[in-house]
Ligand binder design. Structure first.
Ligand SMILES: Cc1cc2nc3c(=O)[nH]c(=O)nc-3n(C[C@H](O)[C@H](O)[C@H](O)COP(=O)(O)OP(=O)(O)OC[C@H]3O[C@@H](n4cnc5c(N)ncnc54)[C@H](O)[C@@H]3O)c2cc1C
Length: 452
């Protein structure tokens, strides 16, 4: 066993002492970057089990086609993160702005996203039901349930959806789609994840969208997004990685953590720390650090993405299409070539076809042939032209926001902080985060270490 002590490797330690960062995804990389370049703190080591940086924000190349683990659209709503990427990383000219073109498959039509602002694309009967139910939820009986959910500490997503959108929008889109995405019934799902993603219903927009037929919709937080001109989303992760190259140790899986002795162990090495910033999944951290789960349980989904290539002339020209139909396993299909033409070969598009299960039901994940069979009658997806390139599992993918999560999380994070362990990032904090939020979370963890 090689022991890396305090005095070795670095002599420039600031008052945070030695900081070990677990994981070189966007949160871990950003934490280390901020410690080194903002705080001038050099006594930092990033330990990553993979042979590359990026974590969930990684890009894979197979047969000359590049693709992210799943579609990764970069939003820059936070000025600090925007400055970091465009100025500190000098990536301004390396990103392109992309206009989202998203749809929702309802029966055999593709309705532009967001659903509630494009009701005019539905059959007349369904549109009228959606509008009437929405108005009823807003102005009459439904108002009562909205008021009561506002008073609740944490209403379920289903309560929220009924009171905000009414019965029909909920039953046609919100409920089935979210049941497929989160793999639990929206009645058991809290609303704690929602701030960023769900546009608040706007009466005028709903009515306008019901009585005019827009081809394209620019509402919602992701109407426009950024994407690297070359190299997929990996380009962003590597952009941070190369500024802190000397701090990163790749191919080292942490297998044991002793929080009392402040020791992290990989297979044949151990590292002492003063502060430990952890971005590895909290569920794994608890196991490795032997933190018992006194109350509750942490649950997550696994997303399986089938990556396929298809002649560009046959490909659906959407950034992504949501599929709420519960007779189909796929919940979303996306086209990487709509993010950037530079990831594919001329004349071919790269798509991802996505489905999910709860992590303890992984044997139920479908195979590619199951999906082909299921999509056989789908007019806009030419299954006979799809060439299967890879199958990618993301585990964990979505952290399940059920009541168990809230019961488990707080005491564990408190115990960690008491022992100078700072969980951060999407999975470190067992939360719902975009890439931008993961970067910000890494910054916050770095600042925390320096402020103690
Ligand atoms: C299906 C899906 C779609 C998404 N789409 C978008 C999108 O369109 N736009 C957007 O902004 N965000 C999107 N995200 C979110 C985005 O991917 C994350 O917020 C971000 O990449 C999280 O970064 P992180 O560093 O917190 O976690 P991770 O990227 O998971 O990093 C954790 C790192 O820890 C490493 N690790 C784990 N265990 C160990 C161990 N024992 N020892 C050493 N290393 C270990 C892992 O290998 C990994 O590199 C999506 C996420 C998913 C799952």
């Amino acid at each position: 066993m090689v022991a890396h002590s305090h005095d070795e490797e670095n002599a420039l330690g600031g008052h945070a002492g030695r900081v070990i960062v677990l994981g070189a995804g966007l949160a871990g990389l950003s934490a280390a970057y901020r410690l080194k370049h903002h705080h001038g703190h050099d006594e930092v080591i990033v330990i990553e089990k993979n042979s590359h940086v990026g974590g969930t924000a990684s890009t894979v190349t197979v047969d000359g086609y590049s693709f992210d683990l799943t579609g990764h659209a970069l939003h820059l709503g936070d000025s600090m993160v925007e400055r970091f990427i465009t100025e500190d990383l000098e990536m301004k000219d390396e990103l392109v702005k992309v206009r989202r073109k998203a749809g929702i498959l309802i029966e055999d039509r593709i309705v532009p996203y967001p659903f509630q602002y494009n009701l005019g694309h539905l059959t007349r009967g369904l549109r009228d039901k959606c509008v009437i139910d929405f108005l009823e939820a807003t102005y009459s009986e439904g108002r009562r349930s909205r008021d009561s959910t506002e008073q609740c500490v944490s209403p379920s997503f289903l309560d929220y959806s009924y009171s905000a959108f009414g019965r029909s929008i909920t039953e046609v889109f919100m409920r089935p789609y979210n049941r497929k995405l989160w793999c639990i019934d929206p009645d058991d799902l809290s609303t704690d994840w929602m701030d960023l993603v769900l546009p608040k219903p706007d009466l005028q927009e709903i009515l306008r969208g019901a009585f005019t037929v827009k081809d394209h919709d620019d509402t919602g937080y992701n109407a426009e997004f950024y994407y690297p001109r070359e190299g997929g989303i990996q380009h962003l992760s590597e952009g941070i990685g190369k500024k802190i190259k000397s701090l990163i140790r790749l191919g080292k899986e942490v297998t044991d953590i002793d929080m009392d002795r402040k020791l992290v162990k990989c297979r044949d090495e151990e590292y002492h720390y003063d502060y430990l910033v952890s971005t590895i999944p909290l569920k794994d951290f608890m196991r490795i650090a032997r933190i018992p789960c006194k109350k509750g349980r942490l649950s997550n989904t696994i997303t399986r993405g089938f990556i396929v290539v298809v002649p560009s002339s046959k490909a659906p020209k959407y950034s992504w299409i949501y599929i709420p139909d519960e007779t189909k396993r796929l919940y979303r299909i996306g086209n990487f070539s709509m993010f950037s033409p530079n990831i594919s070969k001329p004349g071919m598009d790269v798509l991802w076809l996505e489905c999910a299960v709860l992590s303890d039901e992984c044997e139920e994940l479908p195979l590619f042939d199951d999906i082909l069979e299921e999509m056989r009658d789908c007019a806009w997806l030419p299954i006979e032209h799809l060439k299967h390139l890879a199958t990618i599992d993301i585990d964990p993918s979505y952290v399940v926001f059920d009541r168990m999560r809230n019961m488990t999380l707080e005491p564990v994070i408190e115990e960690c902080r008491r022992k100078d362990v700072i969980p951060c990032g999407r999975y470190g904090l067992w939360s719902y985060m975009s890439m931008e939020q993961a970067i910000k979370s890494g910054f916050d963890a770095a600042d925390y270490c320096m402020q103690q």
